[in-house]
Write a protein that binds this ligand. Structure first.
Ligand code: CP
Ligand code: NVA
Length: 329
């Protein structure tokens, strides 16, 4: 298996780009090199590299308008490990857009804290918060994207397949937030991506058009309604819940529409035996994925979940440590 740390001893700044002080609202905010720098540093941290304390003396506010397990805990632990202080705020106290406006919340948090990590219902509110804050703002999931999840996913794919460029991922599910971040990431990284969804659940045309402008010639991309041909030579089967947070009233219809795409032994059997199965979690076991698959030998779901911690540590280190930070030792 290829070890992916190939920018050894090169100061990050000398590579001609910098994440210092930046926001991360969309995966498409990043260049290919910037994504690779995050993944390389995440791999190094996972292998034992001490990233130091670039957040010493700093506090980050975490806003959760939606529930979270992985995102909240992995960000809080990452911030703590980098020497910082996380302050998690939940919707009953923040009441974004009700008690006060997104812009006012942002202006206030910006006076107290050194950055904002936000899981919001509306991506538009995230853009407003970023516009009103002078310190970095990181997307912890919106209706439009989930970039930190997909950074961890890319780290996992690279570990599993030994590469990103030229690898093949089949995303099975709704063409919404996680799928959108995957579409941009795949375009930037040269991953051949197949999106398999029921009719009516396709990714937005604007997303597909934007990704087409990012994609290098030769990188495959397709949206299809049938799993069979798309899985024939895939290395990764990736799935997400059929009913995302906030869509609960549509659950019954979605169960019916997506049923034929359940990731079960039969569907996994359409792919080569070496295929690995990923899921961003939380899993609705018995809906989009069966117990046998998620707990089976082809599942890398829990490694994938662990990688949230490493990529977020790396991302925060590169945002907060400044330009002199070395991407890999
Ligand atoms: N994958 C993910 O974002 O999990 P949480 O919703 O638990 O944060
Ligand atoms: N698409 C899912 C992702 C959960 C991490 C949702 O938005 O609920």
């Amino acid at each position: 298996m290829e070890r992916a740390i190939d920018v050894a001893v090169q100061p990050y700044e000398s590579m001609g780009h910098s994440l210092a002080g930046r926001d991360l609202l969309s995966i498409a905010d990043l260049t290919t090199d910037e994504i690779i720098a995050v993944l390389d540093l995440a791999d190094a941290a996972k292998s034992g590299r001490d990233l130091g304390s670039p957040l010493a003396g700093r506090s980050l506010a975490l806003i959760f308008q939606r529930p979270s397990n992985r995102t909240r805990v992995s960000f809080e632990v990452a911030i703590h490990r980098l020497g910082g202080h996380p302050i998690a705020l939940f919707n009953p106290e923040v009441q974004l857009g009700e008690r006060e406006s997104a812009a006012d919340i942002s202006r206030i948090l910006d006076r107290y804290a050194d950055g904002i990590v936000a899981r919001l219902v509306s991506h538009r509110d995230l853009v407003t918060i970023a516009g009103a804050a002078s310190s970095p703002v990181i997307n912890a999931l919106t209706d439009a994207e989930h970039p930190c999840q997909v950074l961890a996913d890319c780290m996992t794919v690279r570990t599993v397949t030994g590469r990103l460029a030229g690898s093949t991922v089949a995303y099975i599910g709704d063409g919404n937030n996680v799928c959108t971040s995957w579409i941009y990431a795949a375009a930037l990284l040269g991953v051949n991506l197949r999106v398999i969804c029921p009719p009516g659940y396709e990714p937005l045309a604007a997303v597909i058009e934007r990704a087409a402008r990012l994609r290098a010639p030769g990188t495959g991309f397709e949206v299809t309604h049938e799993a069979g041909p798309a899985l024939r030579d895939t290395e990764i089967i990736y799935t997400d819940v059929w009913t995302s947070m906030g869509q609960e009233t549509e659950q019954q219809r979605r169960r019916e529409d997506f049923a034929y795409l359940q990731v079960n032994d039969g569907l996994v059997g359409l792919a080569p035996p070496r295929v690995r199965v990923m899921h961003c979690l939380p899993a609705h076991r018995g809906e989009e994925i069966t117990d046998a698959v998620i707990d089976g030998p082809q599942s890398v779901v829990f490694d994938q979940a662990e990688n949230r911690l490493w990529v977020q540590q790396a991302l925060l280190a590169l945002i907060y440590a400044g330009d002199g930070y070395e991407a890999a030792a």
